[in-house]
Design a protein around this ligand. Structure first.
Ligand SMILES: [Zn+2]
Length: 321
């Protein structure tokens, strides 16, 4: 494998841990290390483990005689683009409005960019993954919450309200539960991990038999991975949940595609643990629903950079072609 000369430092701030990596011009991770995510600390104390991990990566780059072109950060929250600082980071509120880009640039004398995680993942897929060669893309990621990002004419869409790309707040079920945004039936209320847990609880109250119960009784944390594993083993309830998820997903996708007419619709996040079980359901429903002319030209594909999409996407501004 040829190693491109320039590299950039990617930082993905996560709820359990933070990953810092050297990433080359082709989006390949050359070196990575982990840093602890510390809660309830001042901004400086929160950032300290991340800065030490960046120091380590820069030393590695020097030892390997690699040119470092910049630092890109992905964070779980929203970003004030003009001010180049985090707007809201729910798990690390001390970073809200902290001048993160300025701090990185002055400390390392390198250009820095920060992105919301869903936008970073979209940039990664657009430049190096499933969205290559497309100029108009919609990316939907389903993890603990549902996130969405939009690229139009090759550029990431953003707004002062931080909600243009957040199409997850387009209602898809008028009688659905109330969402944190105040509306009813947003995709977030139907496809988030909390919504999936409610589906399981309703089934258990109906007395349905499932191997999910045994795993939850063993104090395993309910997750997309756990649901995907049980579906792969043929558990009826897990399969039923994927059928319901596919139904809501296709409902949302049909609306988004009619609104934005993307050339490609990328599906990412933990929901992909559903694998072929979920994708086969989606393909079956898509055949019925996508009769609209705008939908017929849209390709629906799974994300291909996996759990590193946001880490890799954060360095896109420093990837020279
Ligand atoms: Zn909403």
């Amino acid at each position: 494998m040829s190693v491109a000369k320039g590299v950039a430092v990617g930082v993905e701030i996560g709820s359990k841990q933070t990953t810092v990596a050297l990433i080359d011009q082709e989006g390949h991770i050359q070196q990575r290390c982990l840093a602890r995510t510390l809660y309830s600390r001042s901004a400086i104390a929160t950032l300290d483990p991340y800065l030490r991990a960046i120091d380590m990566m820069l030393k590695h780059a020097r030892d390997q005689e690699l040119e470092v072109l910049g630092i890109g950060v992905s964070l779980p929250g929203s970003v004030d683009d003009p001010a180049r600082r985090p707007l809201q980071v729910p798990i690390l509120p001390s970073l809200n409005n902290f001048p993160l880009s300025d701090l990185l640039e002055s400390r390392y004398n390198l250009p820095a960019h920060i992105y919301a995680d869903v936008d970073a993942a979209m940039l990664g897929e657009h430049r190096f993954g499933s969205g290559k060669a497309h100029q108009r893309l919609l990316y939907l990621t389903i993890n603990a919450v549902v996130g969405a990002s939009l690229v139009i004419d090759g550029h990431l869409e953003s707004s002062n309200q931080q909600y243009i790309g957040h199409v997850c707040h387009v209602p898809i079920a008028t009688k659905g539960p109330r969402c944190s945004c105040g509306k009813y039936g947003c995709i977030n209320t139907l496809l988030s991990i909390e919504a999936i847990k409610r589906m399981v609880q309703r089934a258990l109250r109906r007395g349905e038999e499932t191997t999910l119960t045994q795993r939850i009784q063993r104090h395993e944390v309910f997750s997309h991975r756990l649901l995907g594993e049980e579906a792969a083993r043929g558990d009826n309830l897990a399969l039923q949940i994927y059928r319901e998820l596919a139904r809501w997903l296709v409902e949302a996708m049909t609306r988004y595609i009619s609104l934005f007419e993307p050339g490609i619709f990328i599906l990412g996040g933990g929901v992909l643990y559903g694998g072929e079980v979920l994708l086969a359901q989606i393909r079956m429903l898509v055949g019925d629903r996508f009769s609209l002319p705008s939908c017929q030209t849209t390709e629906v594909v799974p994300a291909c950079l996996g759990s590193d999409a946001a880490l890799i996407g954060a360095i896109v501004p420093f990837a020279r072609l």
